[in-house]
Design a protein around this ligand. Structure first.
Ligand code: FMN
Length: 367
């Protein structure tokens, strides 16, 4: 049997297969509320037997937590009622789902014609080194933001979500605390070492664990960010260990390691061109299950998406061989699941020739 279709268990949550839907912002929420179109979109992926759906990024209760008005809230009665509808549809169809809990920090609006109305916040008032943007958070802002992350996770569990994911990748708020390029604070939330700069994320994880008990917590991280695609936050295995160990100690059960192409080795100078990817190294160093991601069964990576490049469906490459070896535990599939809500079923049944490629125009509606 393919390792993709073996069950996986974390803290009592059992997934029937190893495929997660990658979190993808779709910008279809009106006034921050997930409506019927969004409910049906996730229902179709549950009917398609995705092992775990990770929702689009959905923001916490802080002013300016989102950088675009189409992003859903994960707070307030109406938005939470919308999410409860999403959850009910997914569970009715036999699926499992986690919200991806998010604060966009000091990132620019995705669409320049939709400027952010207020003053965005981040660790040091920087979009990237030398580029001031928004305001530096006060001690009080930081405490309230931690609290808002924890409240969102607790609300998710209260509603019945199967687990939660925090977005700590790609240059958004949590990532901005990790990076010395955007975190130049001299208080306890900053510091010269990456280990010191994990304190913000660790505080969120610790308080969330205390609030939600025995429910899996996933944290998404990345070496790169949108401010600097070439950034490598942890350029060596030692640095990587110093980054992820405190996160696991604070309560992360699963680390979701974002890459553009899952087959790319993280430290080829150590284990060669076919060496472990980021999720592989993190699993080895942190000793927790990991999720990998990046261009599964597509012939172009997701950066191309944003410049309008279409892709064709491909085979799985060495994905199953890597999973068979236990390099990582789950694989997240993004664009291929936009193009094929039934991707899991087609792959399981060997109907690879029926897989559609992903085209940017597919983002125009919720198919
Ligand atoms: C339209 C779109 C929106 C995305 N939004 C998010 C997001 O909200 N949160 C996140 O962590 N990653 C986001 N990503 C990145 C995806 O989760 C994923 O890592 C990336 O698409 C690579 O997977 P793929 O090659 O299978 O598409 C987005 C990607 C796309 C294409």
């Amino acid at each position: 049997m393919s390792p993709l279709f073996e069950p996986f268990t974390s803290r009592g949550l059992t997934l029937p297969n190893r495929v997660a839907m990658a979190p993808m912002t779709r910008n279809f929420a009106v006034d921050g509320i997930p409506g019927p179109g969004i409910v049906d979109y996730y229902r179709r992926r549950a009917e398609g037997e995705v092992g775990l759906i990770l929702s689009e990024g959905t923001v916490i209760d802080r002013p300016e937590a989102r950088n675009d008005p189409g992003i859903p809230f994960f707070h307030g009665e109406e938005a939470l009622a919308g999410w409860a509808d999403v959850l009910a549809a997914v569970h009715d169809a036999g699926g499992r789902i986690a919200p991806q809990i998010w604060h966009t920090g000091l990132t620019r609006p995705q669409f320049p014609d939709r400027p952010r109305p207020g003053e965005p916040e981040g660790p040091s008032g920087l979009f990237r080194p030398g580029e001031p943007y928004g305001k530096a958070m006060s001690e009080e802002d930081v405490a309230d933001t931690v609290d808002a992350f924890v409240r969102a996770a607790a609300d998710a569990v209260r509603l019945g979500f199967d687990c939660v994911e925090f977005h700590g990748a790609h240059g958004y708020l949590i990532d901005q605390f990790f990076w010395d390029g955007t975190n130049q604070r001299s208080d306890k939330w900053g510091g010269d070492t990456l280990a010191e700069r994990t304190r913000f994320a660790a505080e969120i994880l610790r308080q969330t664990r205390a609030a939600i008990g025995d429910v899996p917590i996933i944290l998404r991280i990345s070496q790169w960010n949108q401010q600097d695609y070439k950034r490598r936050l942890a350029p060596t295995p030692d640095a990587l260990e110093a980054w992820v160990a405190p996160l696991v100690e604070a309560g992360a059960d699963i680390l979701h390691c974002s890459q553009r192409r899952f087959w790319e080795p993280e430290f080829p100078e150590i284990d060669g061109e076919k060496g472990l990817n980021l999720a592989g190294w993190v699993k080895k160093l942190a000793g927790v299950p990991t999720i990998s991601v990046g261009s599964v069964a597509l012939d172009g990576d997701f950066f191309g998406t944003f410049s309008g490049q279409d892709t064709r469906a491909t085979d799985l490459g060495d994905l199953e061989a890597r999973m068979e070896r236990g390099e990582f535990d789950l694989i997240a599939v993004g664009r291929a699941l936009i193009a094929n809500p039934d991707w899991v079923q087609k792959v399981r049944d060997g109907r690879m020739d029926e897989l559609d490629g992903y085209r940017t125009e597919q983002l125009a509606e919720l198919i």
